[in-house]
Design a protein around this ligand. Structure first.
Ligand SMILES: Cc1cc2nc3c(=O)[nH]c(=O)nc-3n(C[C@H](O)[C@H](O)[C@H](O)COP(=O)(O)OP(=O)(O)OC[C@H]3O[C@@H](n4cnc5c(N)ncnc54)[C@H](O)[C@@H]3O)c2cc1C
Length: 485
């Protein structure tokens, strides 16, 4: 009888977790073959669904015994292939770990398991006048564990900050299977800060302590329509330059509006070349004053229509188009790439004009949706995968947009992580020395390189190894865990 390398560990996982929590059936395994970035697909060797930190730790220790790579997965909404599994490894899915363990109002915090969705935290505390501030558009489904790993953002991060600003404690399972607590009050190096945004390469978060924010006294949302994106951009600069920090300031171009209209009939003003959504929150008097200023600035910048919402239903209606924008482009294009890059806010007009030029040069439509206040672009690169060469041209446009971001002093990712998709761009942003230093941090947590290997870094190295001429094939390369470029 032939046995596969994963048969024995899979049996051990079943003893530990019970048969319902281990998936080895090839058809069911395919459910987990990709995240939101669907053009990278790998069927995992085994999927496990632990229910507690102790079970995660035991799974990781078994992985260590057999030298198996493991990858954590929350809801699989990531857009950089961060949760892409390994065919020779174990996918640790947190969907059974979704309890809100405690809410501590006096200390403004909640302790939750990693599989809890972002929105569920707010829903659990809204009646207490609190909410969890970072709000990815995927917040109904993405998990807090995934948010921690990606240091996720969202529309309200301009004023309130990213996940890293709202996580005050973590329980993690280290890559060798220990359960360790990290806190923002720990003396010494900021290991909590290092873990947030580490994309599953430093271990698996098994508990997250989040900061709760007080619901603002007043919220006003306005939508301003402009003939073109330049005028909308001028309004953004004038608002921020005028010292106003809105809770959110989001822009969509005409193509993105067309897609949203087709998908959710959001009824944005007709003929808009750009739509700006500005949300103001805080004490009622301050919001009223800022609202006057923002309206004036939008009109002076050329807004031809302004709509205002100050009750939750009207607000939801304004946000509906923006929040559905990524998925909505599926209505106007058979395939698309969601890109994520950052530029200094002042470079937005120039970069958007260059994206437009690229779009014409390659005959590939690009719809722009962006967190304008942060300079965080989300160009949606549209193509028809049935058209010969279109996917390749879209890939080139998508890569050249990242080049533009780097040239303008920005970054190759704002909030979606590097994952497997953008690791090849890391050498464009960072020197060998920079990357080696990052690898040293990784090696301090994960000396054997078992925790989500192949993500972030273009060429994984072993701990303590310096770049140089290697004789023979590196064991990591031989086992398919690393690649030489
Ligand atoms: C329609 C749509 C809209 C989106 N909008 C936004 C947005 O506005 N802002 C934004 O920032 N992102 C956005 N995203 C991207 C995505 O939702 C976020 O990156 C989110 O944080 C991923 O969470 P997840 O639970 O789906 O993680 P997954 O995709 O399952 O995993 C993401 C990464 O986290 C790691 N990971 C997961 N759980 C753990 C854990 N417990 N411990 C350690 N590592 C772990 C994985 O290994 C992987 O590297 C959007 C995605 C979609 C599809």
């Amino acid at each position: 009888m032939s046995t596969k390398p994963l048969d024995e560990p899979a049996r051990r996982f079943e003893e530990l977790l019970g048969p319902g929590s281990v998936i080895t059936d090839p058809v069911r395994l395919r459910t987990y073959e990709c995240d939101g970035l669907t053009h990278h697909r790998v069927t995992p060797g085994v999927v496990v669904l632990p229910s507690s930190a102790e079970q995660v730790a035991a799974v990781v220790r078994i992985c260590n015994e057999y030298g198996l790579p493991f990858v954590a997965r929350g809801a699989g909404t990531g857009l950089s292939g961060g949760a892409l599994p390994r065919a020779d490894g174990v996918l640790v899915v947190t969907s059974k770990m979704r309890r809100i363990l405690s809410v501590d109002l006096p200390n403004r915090r909640a302790t939750v398991e990693p599989g809890v969705t972002n929105l569920a935290i707010t829903e659990a505390v809204r009646d207490l006048g609190r909410y969890y501030a970072p709000d990815p558009s995927s917040q109904q489904v993405c998990t807090i564990g995934g948010n921690v790993a990606e240091n996720s953002g969202g529309a309200h991060c301009l004023k309130y900050g990213f996940t890293v600003n709202h996580v005050v404690g973590l329980e993690i399972v280290t890559p060798d299977g220990d359960i360790v607590e990290l806190s923002d009050t720990d003396p010494g190096y900021d290991l909590l800060g290092a873990f947030v945004g580490s994309e599953g390469t430093l271990g698996i978060a098994t508990k997250v302590v989040v900061r709760l924010s007080r619901l603002p006294e007043a919220v006003t949302t306005l939508l301003a329509a402009f003939e073109d994106i330049e005028r909308g951009g001028q309004a953004v600069s004038a608002i921020i330059g005028g010292g106003i920090v809105p809770a959110a300031i989001e822009m969509m171009d005409a193509l993105a509006v067309e897609a949203a209209e087709a998908a959710v009939a959001c009824a944005y003003p007709e003929g808009a070349g750009a739509v700006l959504i500005v949300e103001l929150d805080g004490p009622a008097e301050e919001v009223a004053h800022q609202f006057g200023e923002v309206t004036r600035i939008c009109r002076e910048s050329g807004a031809f229509e302004i709509r205002v919402a100050d009750d939750p239903a009207e607000r939801a209606s304004i946000w509906r188009g923006r929040k559905s924008a990524f998925a909505a482009v599926g209505r106007i294009s058979p395939a698309y790439i969601v890109q994520d890059g950052v530029v200094p806010r002042t470079a937005l007009p120039e970069v958007l004009a260059s994206i437009d030029a690229l779009s014409r040069e390659y005959g590939i439509r690009v719809a722009n949706v962006f967190h304008a206040g942060d300079g965080n672009l989300h160009p949606l690169v549209l193509f028809d995968d049935a058209e010969p060469g279109a996917a390749e041209r879209a890939e080139i446009v998508s890569g050249r947009i990242l080049d533009l971001c780097i040239e303008h002093g920005g970054s190759i990712t704002g909030e979606h992580g590097v994952g497997v998709d953008k690791s090849r761009y890391m050498t464009k942003m960072f020197s060998d020395d920079d990357l080696n230093t990052m690898q040293l941090v990784r090696c301090a947590f994960d000396p054997r390189g078992l925790s989500n290997p192949g993500k972030i870094f273009p060429t994984p190295r072993l701990c303590g190894e310096v770049p140089g001429v290697r004789k023979g094939v590196h064991p990591l390369v031989e086992s398919g865990q690393a690649e030489h470029f």
